[in-house]
Write a protein that binds this ligand. Structure first.
Ligand code: XMP
Length: 509
């Protein structure tokens, strides 16, 4: 990657959002923790300092060598980042008299400054801070104020250094994008040429050089990330890429065949491996959710490793890892960076002793989709709901049997097909059905029944970290419910999950 913006993370909840916004401007950027900064090399055109949950006055608050970077490239400090620069030059940062949180308006703006060009008077901004810059050093100018915050934005004279107290990266700052554009494009001079086409061209070239000999194996899952990774590598090295698609017996109804067919149509060198028996054997008698995850993960690694050994001369393991899995949000309180607990096959690279290649590890999910669209990958794969690695294994509460898998596949298929038919599929972020380990009494015709209960789950979300239950129309739910009970004879009761995350989670296990 060439031209880029460096984002220094001081632990703000919004750091990833800053990166999203910069990339929406077609400018490449990377987030680095404050304590692991790369040297300011020639490709870095500007630096953004993020906010932080800490106060610059806290003992042990996160610090960088501010003077060491000033003058090298333009700098934009946001919230804590702005306070840190001001403090370094003997400004004064104090706890705010009133805690500033929420909407505010820029009542004074000095539009002569490049950063605030085209920003309207009274523009709405989003504040979220406990401290305020009370006194600015002499060589700093205030360039915007709100009714309560005098130093809402500043510029350090005769440098490209700016600070803003509010958050341009959140959508509540209505002209935040313009401010970031002013900084990244007009002040840093970035060319805005980082597009999916360029990404594809440079990545395919890099892959061609990197994977210049030996074979590459990749586990396809039917999801967006592994598919896009496979297509990119396929463009680079063709038949030397060997994809393996494992049927773990816990996929959606007919998914294995349908997805395998679509992969073959895409020209991928893919082998489908039906390993359902191995998974069912490994799962026998296990009811504990983590126990099931472990058994499924372990079996996957064994099956995949066996298959990979059938291919000669394998040197590389390719994975569809994406950027949010790689950036560890800084924990300003210690080294306990957040780690995804859902990493099913994290043990794969270690076990296989192969070199790892991850062509998507600089992209966010929606960027992966954009790249996928540019590569002409079928929308039915690109827009597919997320589906957990352990599949239906964690949607059957309690132990797993073939019969239970068949029941929940039928129920899930009715629900998902109905969402598609009624044009609701794309409004929902993720949906599925859960087989509960209880039976309830019902009546069908004149007969008493004692059958299973299923729960339907549909959520809206941005990234799965938080989620809300989807308010699907009642008549839609009524139809789906009666369809399920009429067609799946082992089910006589359907419930709809109306819990948000947090405090619930998306999956029930
Ligand atoms: P939760 O249930 O934690 O789920 O709210 C958030 C997202 O993660 C998916 N998920 C998993 N994905 N392996 C995966 O690959 C897992 O073990 C796993 N558990 C949950 C879930 O489907 C949702 O998209």
């Amino acid at each position: 990657m060439s031209e880029q913006i460096l984002i220094v993370d001081f632990g703000s909840q919004y750091t990833q959002l800053i990166a999203r916004r910069v990339r929406e401007l077609n400018v490449y950027c990377e987030i680095h923790p404050f304590n692991q900064l790369p040297p300011v090399h020639g490709d870095i055109k500007g630096i953004i300092l993020s906010g932080s949950p800490c106060s610059v006055n806290d003992e042990g608050s996160p610090r960088i060598d501010v003077r060491g970077i000033i003058g090298k490239v333009p700098i934009l400090g946001i919230c804590y980042g702005a306070q840190l620069i001001a403090e370094e030059y003997q400004g004064n940062v104090l706890p705010s008299q009133i805690r500033e949180y929420g909407r505010a308006r820029l009542e004074k703006i000095d539009q002569h400054h490049e950063l605030l060009k085209e920003i309207q008077l009274n523009s709405q901004v989003w504040m979220s801070h406990g401290d305020t810059i009370d006194y600015l050093p002499e060589n700093f100018d205030v360039i915007a104020s709100t009714s309560t915050v005098r130093v809402a934005a500043y510029k350090m004279k005769s440098t490209g250094v700016y600070g803003i107290q509010f958050h341009p990266e959140v959508t509540h700052t209505l002209e935040g994008k313009t401010i970031l554009r002013n900084f990244v494009v007009h002040i840093c001079g970035c060319a805005q040429d980082w597009t999916p086409d360029i990404f594809i061209e440079t990545t395919v070239n890099e892959l061609r050089q990197k994977l210049n000999k030996g074979n590459v194996v990749l586990g396809l899952s039917g999801g967006v990330d592994s598919t896009v990774a496979a297509v990119l590598i396929n463009e680079a090295i063709g038949e030397r890429l060997h994809c393996i698609f494992v049927d773990n017996g816990l996929l959606r109804k007919n998914e294995f065949g349908t997805v395998l067919d679509s992969y073959k149509h895409m020209g991928l060198n893919v082998k489908g491996v039906n390993a359902s028996d191995a998974f069912y054997d490994a799962l026998e008698g296990i009811s504990d959710p983590e126990g099931k995850r472990k058994a499924i993960g372990r079996t996957f690694i064994e099956v995949f490793d066996d298959e990979a050994h059938k291919i000669s001369d394998v040197e590389w393991l390719a994975q569809g890892t994406i950027y949010p899995d790689v950036i560890e949000s800084v924990s300003v309180k210690g080294p306990s960076a957040t780690i995804k607990s859902h990493h099913n096959v994290g043990g794969l690279p270690g076990k296989m002793k192969l070199k790892v290649v991850e062509p998507l590890n600089t992209l966010f999910k929606d960027e992966v989709r954009k790249v996928g669209r540019t590569l002409n990958i079928d929308p039915s794969i690109l827009n597919r709901h997320p589906f957990p690695g352990p599949g239906l294994g964690i949607r059957i509460l309690g132990d797993i049997t073939r019969e239970k898998v068949r029941i929940i596949q039928d129920v899930d298929d009715i629900f998902i097909s109905a969402l598609k038919i009624h044009g609701l599929y794309d409004e929902v972020w993720q949906a599925g059905a859960i087989l509960l380990p209880i039976q309830s009494v019902g009546v069908m015709g004149d007969e008493r029944t004692y059958e299973s209960v299923v729960a339907l789950r549909a959520v809206t979300s941005v990234d799965g970290m938080t989620a809300d239950w989807s308010q699907l129309p009642f008549d839609f739910l009524a139809n789906v419910s009666s369809d399920i009970i009429n067609k799946v004879k082992e089910v006589n009761r359907v419930v709809f999950d109306i819990s948000s995350k947090p405090p619930a989670t998306i999956e029930w296990e």
